[in-house]
Design a protein. Structure first.
Length: 98
């Protein structure tokens, strides 16, 4: 059975032509709050904020943290987390680890 995020993705991914484990993800400004659901990833990830203002990352049982441009955020495999909508488009560079 397909994972919920495989079926319902509120973002667009862009592959990196050089590195297969690095890709870019864009969340549009007109995304609805209810589209940003709690979920788990299949691999460990480092997420770097390229641009976007007012967006927040929340890990399970923690308060949301505002995402800052240029900063990296580590997300463990199978760790529940979600985004909170900001006031602009959000662009992330995501690196996955085996």
């Amino acid at each position: 059975m397909k994972d919920l995020l495989d079926y319902y993705k509120p973002f667009e991914d862009f592959e990196n032509s050089i590195y297969k484990n690095i890709f870019t993800r864009v969340f549009k400004q007109n995304i609805k709050d209810k589209q940003l659901i709690w979920h788990k990833d299949r691999k460990d990830r480092t997420v770097k904020v390229i641009y976007g203002t007012g967006w927040k990352l929340q890990y399970d049982n923690e308060l949301p943290t505002e995402l800052e441009i240029g900063n990296n955020y580590y997300i463990k495999k199978e760790q529940f987390h979600r985004l909170h909508k900001g006031n602009s488009e959000l662009k992330l560079e995501i690196k996955e680890y085996e």
